[in-house]
Design a protein around this ligand. Structure first.
Ligand SMILES: Cc1cc2nc3c(=O)[nH]c(=O)nc-3n(C[C@H](O)[C@H](O)[C@H](O)COP(=O)(O)OP(=O)(O)OC[C@H]3O[C@@H](n4cnc5c(N)ncnc54)[C@H](O)[C@@H]3O)c2cc1C
Length: 471
């Protein structure tokens, strides 16, 4: 590939550019893409990268922490702009809860900054490694989606750099069309560089968690539906091997324990050694032998038996939200072929039928999911929205018999579409253009493409996901 290096100003010179060629992966290590990885530190450097792409005929994908389960932040053969170095918290007002951050700031940096002052990010993902830019690109939801909506609903303003070099400021009232489409827009309309958002006031470093078992999928969904109005957060675990068994965790903010020590990062932070001895970074090696049908059947049954007692306990914010971060690199335990996730969002009226059918289909294919997580949702106004007035079910699959797995997931898509459901572009790796068109609708897809023509007339921004779904 010939690059017109001489025309390129620093810092992306010929030598540095060539040295950036590397293979990037999705979170589950099941998808790979060799690409040029550039790490701009300023909007000017982002613009330089766009110029470089234009001159070299390469496309550009934005990447935050690369925690998407699929190819949203991959760009085979092209440039990947890794925005993780743009990670300054520029302004924090502990009196009002407004924070202004560069887009590469992670949720971990954010809660470390705000919790000691009595605030918490209003919406977080199941890992704190994600960046604000990535969270807005996908418009993430948390375990409180039914109450607080998506992260985009808490953004008061953001600044973005378009591939044309134009800088735009967007809010619900200023450039509103870009506000509602760049949030959820998968980095395909421009680069969000600065974000201003409002934190949630909390009075304690703890949440009060209520846990109870559910015996059938129907009971599980009813628990989510009826339980949600009484709690700040609700999430369910479904045993997807012994189908039906499950457990609900529902949590409320604590108001009667204003011990400031519990809001300190060191109280919340998870120890990095197990029993004070074994580094947790080694844990995934010990998990690997159990990541098979029998192993997970045993784990799920043990978990269900342990969950039979209805109980209440107090847990730190970090422990409740970021359980998956307890075991670093846990996804590696799925083995060399990696891990994928399939998350569907289905209206409350049709979810039971759809998911009963899907889980039966996993048995027919002999490809059970090892982990099923459910949440309660409400719709939102963002252009490529995934949410519905209903529930989501996220199914983790160890990748094997890839062609059959792919066929099975295509069958799932049909079942979900017939149920009036939607899909999440940060998770699913098999969504086809036909499925995307069916759930988004022609009007939305054409609006998205028109906006893209306006913000990115040369079509510089492309990702493997974009080519797969909208190409
Ligand atoms: C263990 C785990 C748990 C998770 N739990 C949840 C959950 O509870 N809820 C949920 O909603 N998601 C969840 N996710 C998914 C995750 O939150 C999203 O994939 C999120 O987008 C990842 O953020 P990131 O910084 O890694 O972004 P990346 O994966 O690097 O990028 C995500 C998208 O954002 C775009 N993007 C990145 N930076 C910018 C920018 N500056 N401007 C514009 N676009 C940009 C990228 O091009 C890409 O399309 C989870 C993921 C993991 C691994």
């Amino acid at each position: 590939m010939t690059i017109l290096y001489s025309l390129i100003p620093t810092p992306f010179t010929m030598k540095t550019f060539n040295n950036t060629f590397t293979t990037l992966e999705n979170f589950g290590h099941s998808m790979r893409a060799p690409s040029y990885r550039l790490r701009p530190k300023t909007p000017d450097e982002i613009y330089e990268a766009f110029q470089l792409a234009r001159k070299s005929g390469l496309t550009v994908t934005l990447r935050g922490a690369g925690r998407s389960y699929n190819d949203a932040a991959l760009n085979g053969g092209g440039i990947v702009l890794d925005l993780s170095a743009m990670n300054r918290i520029v302004e924090w007002d502990a009196a009002t809860g407004f924070v202004c951050c560069e887009a590469g700031v992670t949720l971990e940096q954010l809660w470390h900054k705000v919790l000691p002052d009595g605030w918490w990010p209003p919406v977080v993902s199941g890992t704190m490694a994600t960046t604000l830019g990535g969270c807005l690109g996908a418009n993430i939801h948390g375990k409180n989606n039914f109450r607080m909506g998506t992260i985009g609903e808490h953004v008061t303003e953001f600044t973005a750099l378009l591939p044309t070099g134009a800088q735009v400021t967007c809010s619900p009232s200023l450039n509103a069309d870009l506000f509602y489409s760049m949030i959820s827009g998968l980095g395909m309309l421009g680069v969000i560089t600065m974000v201003r958002l409002k934190m949630k006031k909390v009075e304690s470093g703890l949440l009060e968690v209520h846990a109870w078992p559910t015996r059938t999928i129907e009971e599980h969904l009813n628990s989510l539906l009826e339980g949600a109005p009484n709690y700040d957060y609700i999430v369910g675990w479904l045993d997807t091997i012994t189908v039906g068994h499950g457990q609900i965790h529902a949590a409320n903010y604590v108001h009667d324990d204003p011990d400031p020590a519990k809001m300190q990062v060191r109280y919340q932070t998870l120890p990095d050694r197990l029993f004070g001895v074994m580094p947790k970074s080694l844990l995934h090696y010990f998990m690997t032998p159990f990541v098979n049908d029998l192993g997970w059947w045993g784990i799920n049954n043990a978990k269900y038996i342990a969950s039979l007692r209805r109980h209440t306990f107090r847990q730190s914010h970090a422990a409740f939200h970021f359980l998956l971060d307890y075991v670093p690199d846990w996804e590696l335990s799925s083995g060399r072929a990696g891990l994928i996730q399939y998350q569907s969002f289905v209206p409350k009226e049709t979810a039971l039928q759809a998911w009963t059918t899907i889980l039966a289909r996993t048995k027919k294919f002999g490809l059970p999911s090892y982990l099923g997580v459910t949440k309660r949702h409400r719709p939102d106004n963002f252009l490529l929205t995934h949410a519905v007035d209903g529930f989501s079910l996220a199914l983790d699959f160890k990748v094997r018999r890839r062609e059959e797995m792919s066929k099975m997931l295509q069958e799932f898509d049909q079942i979900i579409l017939e149920a009036g459901g939607r899909f999440y572009f940060a998770k699913n790796s098999e969504t086809t253009p036909k499925t995307a068109l069916a759930f988004l609708g022609e009007e939305t897809v054409s609006k998205f493409k028109k906006l893209k023509k306006r913000t990115d007339p040369d079509g510089l921004l492309e990702s493997d996901l974009y080519r797969r779904v909208f190409g």
